[in-house]
Design a protein around this ligand. Sequence first.
Ligand SMILES: C[S@@+](CC[C@H](N)C(=O)[O-])C[C@H]1O[C@@H](n2cnc3c(N)ncnc32)[C@H](O)[C@@H]1O
Length: 389
Amino acid sequence: MASLPNGTSSSSAAAAAGGRGGGAAVVDKEVDFANYFCTYSYLYHQKEMLCDRVRMDAYHSAVFRNPHHFRGKVVLDVGTGSGILAIWSAQAGARKVYAVEATNMAEHARELARANGVADVVEVIQGSMEDVVLPEKVDVIISEWMGYFLLRESMFDSVICARDRWLKPDGVMYPSHARMWLAPIRSGLGEKKLEDLDIAMHDWSLFVEDTESYYGVNMNVLTKAYRAEHEKYYLKSAIWNNLHPNQVIGQAAVIKEIDCLTATVDEIQEVRAQVTMPIKLDMTRLAALAGWFDVHFRGSKQNPGTQEVELSTAPDENGGTHWGQQVFLLTPPLRVNEGDNVKVSFTMVRSKENHRLMDLEFTYELHESSGKQLPAITTKIYLELKKTM
Ligand SMILES: C[S@@+](CC[C@H](N)C(=O)[O-])C[C@H]1O[C@@H](n2cnc3c(N)ncnc32)[C@H](O)[C@@H]1O
């Protein structure tokens, strides 16, 4: 997965300002191609994913630790991009790999398969997965379909469509399972602050009243407008970040589990969860909730003997993945202590304007260890493309 093109941001601002409901979106294929797929036709973009070592190691291990799933088998790679997963499948012994890609990246995938001596096995088909007709059913579906916070981009719909049409009854999904996580976090690390996240939360430095001169210009007159803009838009947009594990101040909770072999589009169109997360740190500030995902390669019951592999995008002190985590700022933040519980009701629905983006709503409630309960606060957040703050 990777970020969506910038064209979406103005509607995001409107969304953040306006408070919209979710629901099924009407998909205009031309608009979808211009807004979503076009980004994937750039090698620059594919490279971002190819350079994500955590992602690459996980898929590579999943395939090569389980060659018995691939040897002599027919594989379908949904959204082959550069062709990497299709080529690995062929190297692991697949008899035939159908590598489907909607964009012109298909030509590069073909070239890469040829250059790596697997063109006789890997057949690259340029087209939308939903429209492609294969000459046979497949034993394995492999795909890297995950977006920010798992479901952004809604690409899993295409995998479900491929599975229902082309996977044999005893076929295997790669990955086979997915989970979404939510955790309470603080903004900094105490001694070491995470600048970008901190800036997103309360950086008024350019406009604050006591800045007399900025390159010879007093900016104070813009303070009020900036604050209003910040509250209306930035506080309502999810922020991309690779958090340090020490920023997680309580127990993370699973809010959604997906079995890729049986999941339906209905099941993922709307995610609702209620979780209670115990706080594990004393005298700190609950500044935000962070969302991430993991996927597992476990094979299937009909295909035992799988060496399980996990791909996690949880906060990691070694740097994490290109997915990072999505940070949902809580306004206002709350003073919390060890032993307190944060109760969160969470809803995520697809945006009406763009089915590949999400509208989120959190209601959070603090239950202090003393027994005191603070009133519930509801905040709406828009999951869009912001990568830098
Ligand atoms: C996240 S990238 C993964 C690329 C490659 N499989 C990898 O792991 O490096 C997803 C790719 O799927 C393609 N894609 C998404 N939805 C598709 C669909 N419905 N039909 C065909 N290709 C699709 C995109 O164009 C993009 O190249």
